[in-house]
Design a protein around this ligand. Structure first.
Ligand code: HEC
Ligand code: HEC
Length: 308
């Protein structure tokens, strides 16, 4: 208690020592307080600054205006729409239709142009490739990979090796009708026999012809077995893969004389292909995508580097 009294004494002494004009200034100030006091510090009862008050009033006026103009108050099954009729859904729709308008010139041109015309028109080609790229990302990555490099059983679309041909027309047909996709009557179709399962060849024959296949590309092989395999190949395989093993795009028969393998170059993998065949299936897209999108995809695939 005595401490507190000392403090007041010091305070009074300071005020007492102030110059006269400051003392009178203090007297003139409104010293009414809220009655709150902490440790000798009193809280003045002063009004809020004017600028603050006006900001406060203006924000109230703004919010009333906003509630009238824009959708604001939730009701039981609905909400107040606002006089301006703005809605976030409407705003998105407007942006989409603006984007469509901007594209429609190219879409129309794509619809009417032949594949060669598109390829010969730089502006249209750029548009098609960009569109094809996004359509690819949605529809094709799961099988051919994000960089179109493929994987076992799913061909790389960037290289010069084509199972079914790499011209614009070929790619367009493949994408439209698929491969061994039975729901499409125009699908590309061919079937390598399952030589073991269908009892066309014995295991030993298959091993020999597998050595012969590996010899095409200089992979490790047994020379005697390969020599015996040559005859088996000429009789059973050359009709599709050709005498020299270079394959036939009419039948989707892969080139066996290059370093590109759909199912792998390992001895066992080749034996498996010959024994049971593979019959890879690629879906047809003509039923699911519109023709312009398929043209765009064709341009995109063709532009990947390996188009013919
Ligand atoms: C369900 C998996 C799957 C999807 C999805 C798929 N493909 Fe394929 N695609 C394949 C398979 C498997 C093959 C190879 C078939 C074969 O063995 O002949 C193939 C082959 C191709 C070929 C032929 C390649 C060549 O060398 O001749 C093209 C072109 C192609 N696909 C493009 C596309 C495009 C474009 C899309 C997307 C619209 C797509 N694919 C989606 C599985 C798929
Ligand atoms: C009717 C045509 C046809 C005949 C006959 C045929 N093939 Fe095939 N071959 C294909 C097709 C089509 C493929 C593609 C794989 C698939 O989808 O079945 C293929 C794939 C292969 C592959 C895999 C190539 C890779 O890149 O992974 C090998 C190896 C192969 N054949 C070897 C043979 C051998 C050896 C014979 C003879 C014993 C033979 N084929 C007979 C059509 C044929």
């Amino acid at each position: 208690m005595s401490n507190k009294n000392d403090k007041y004494k010091i305070q009074d002494a300071i005020i007492h020592d102030l110059p006269e004009h400051e003392k009178s200034q203090m007297a003139a100030d409104d010293h009414s307080t809220t009655g709150h006091e902490w440790d000798g510090i009193k809280e003045f009862d002063k009004p809020i600054p004017r600028w603050w008050l006006w900001t406060y009033y203006l924000s109230i006026i703004f919010s009333i205006g906003y509630v009238i103009a824009y959708p604001a108050i939730p009701l039981v099954n609905d909400y107040t729409k606002g006089l301006l009729g703005w809605s976030s859904r409407g705003a998105v729709e407007q942006q989409i239709s603006a984007a469509k308008m901007a594209q429609s010139k190219y879409i129309d041109a794509l619809q009417n142009a032949s594949l060669e015309d598109v390829a010969g028109n730089e502006e249209l080609m750029t548009f098609a490739v960009e569109g094809g790229k996004s359509a690819y990302a949605v529809n094709c990555v799961q099988c051919h990979g994000s960089g179109a490099t493929g994987s076992k059983g799913y061909p790389n679309l960037n290289d010069d090796e084509w199972l079914w041909g790499g011209t614009l027309e070929d790619i367009y047909t493949t994408v439209s009708h698929g491969i061994r996709f039975e729901e499409d009557d125009d699908t590309r179709f061919s079937e390598m026999p399952a030589f073991l399962t269908d009892e066309i060849l014995e295991k030993a024959d298959i091993a020999q012809v597998a050595h012969f296949v590996r010899a095409f590309t200089g992979l490790d092989h047994d020379a005697d077995a390969a020599a015996a395999g040559a005859e088996i190949f000429a009789e059973n395989c050359a009709a599709c893969h050709k005498e020299d093993g270079t394959g036939d795009q009419e039948q989707g028969a892969p080139n066996l004389a290059d370093a590109v393998w759909l199912y792998g170059s390992e001895f066992d993998s080749i034996v498996n292909t010959i024994s049971a065949s593979r019959k890879g299936v690629m879906p047809a897209w003509a039923h699911r995508l519109d023709d312009t999108t398929i043209k765009q995809l064709t341009m995109f695939i063709h532009s990947r580097g390996g188009g013919q």
